[in-house]
Write a protein that binds this ligand. Structure first.
Ligand SMILES: [Zn+2]
Length: 293
């Protein structure tokens, strides 16, 4: 009898335990389900441990694929290039070393970025000729076409500051000039991670506080020394653009062009003709930024 009572007690205990166990699980399992549902990241995090196991075997093969990462170091030498040129007071580009190559030109394109078709074509032609240029951009254009600015930068070209609104800055109060120049510095930095170091005022007007404000932003001020006249006499005339540049060609010419259809059309032939005359294209990144004057 005592045995039976003991067995009964044990049985009832086990029943209670079993009941508790079946009751308990729902509670822990509920929070688990909740946490899993609440944070899907847990699932991806849990799955990798099983993935890494097989990968070590195959990893020797994928390892070489990071070769694509080796394309990143490539841009580094470009940006770390030591200055080999400087700009003189007449805005010509000259070698720092007397023995350096004098037969070079600086290519510049103002007033963009406007249209993808034009920008793409310009970048393709520059690449074809292994040429670098400064794209002097306006802030309002950048705001309209941020992806074009990034494209220009990503393809290794240099962004310059051409003010926000493309208005005559020379008659503006200093605070307005500050805004016109500073806002472009900010938006370019925001989009590309780099702050411009070159400044060209609209219409080449550097009077008033313009030069002072540019200097405060550590910008090298320039106008140009070779005007393609693509904005004037050579409107809609690609051959005229080429001829004007060649007529004014000198060692160190700082060539002013614009993002305009006829200039885009002229570009390949112009660069070929400059090469035939054994002129090289200065990488703007190789120009010393000296703000003494
Ligand atoms: Zn302009």
């Amino acid at each position: 009898m005592k045995k039976n009572a003991l067995i009964l007690l044990l049985l009832s205990l086990s029943v209670i335990l079993a009941a508790c166990q079946t009751k308990q699980p729902p509670n822990p399992s509920a929070p688990k389900a909740q946490s899993a549902a609440a944070s899907p990241a847990v699932q991806p995090a849990a799955s990798p441990p099983t993935v890494p196991a097989p990968t070590p075997a195959t990893s020797p093969m994928p390892m070489p694929s990071p070769v694509s990462a080796e394309t990143k170091p490539a841009p580094a030498p470009v940006s770390s290039a030591k200055p080999a040129y400087y700009m003189n007071s007449s805005y010509f580009i000259k070698p720092l070393d007397e023995k350096g190559n004098r037969k070079v030109v600086l290519l510049t394109f103002d007033d963009g970025p406007k249209k993808k078709e034009m920008v793409d074509q310009m970048l393709d032609v520059l690449d074809k000729h292994h040429a670098k240029a400064i794209f002097f951009v306006n802030g309002y254009r950048v705001k309209e076409n941020p992806e074009l600015l990034k494209e220009i930068h990503d393809r290794g070209q240099t962004i310059g500051n051409h003010s926000w609104d493309h208005i005559d800055l020379s008659k503006l109060p200093k605070e307005k000039i500050e805004q016109q120049i500073g806002d472009v510095q900010s938006i370019v930095k925001q989009l590309t991670g780099e702050t411009p170091v070159f400044f060209r005022p609209p219409f080449g007007t550097g009077k008033g506080f313009v030069k002072e404000v540019a200097k405060e932003h550590h910008l090298l001020f320039m106008t140009w020394s070779n005007g393609s006249l693509d904005w004037a006499d050579n409107k809609e005339n690609p051959q005229g653009v080429i001829q004007s540049v060649l007529d004014q060609l000198n060692p160190g010419s700082n060539i002013l062009m614009h993002e305009l259809p006829w200039t885009v059309q002229a570009l390949d032939e112009l660069l070929s003709k400059l090469e035939q005359k054994e002129y090289g294209f200065v990488d703007p990144k190789a120009i010393e930024i000296k703000l003494d004057k």
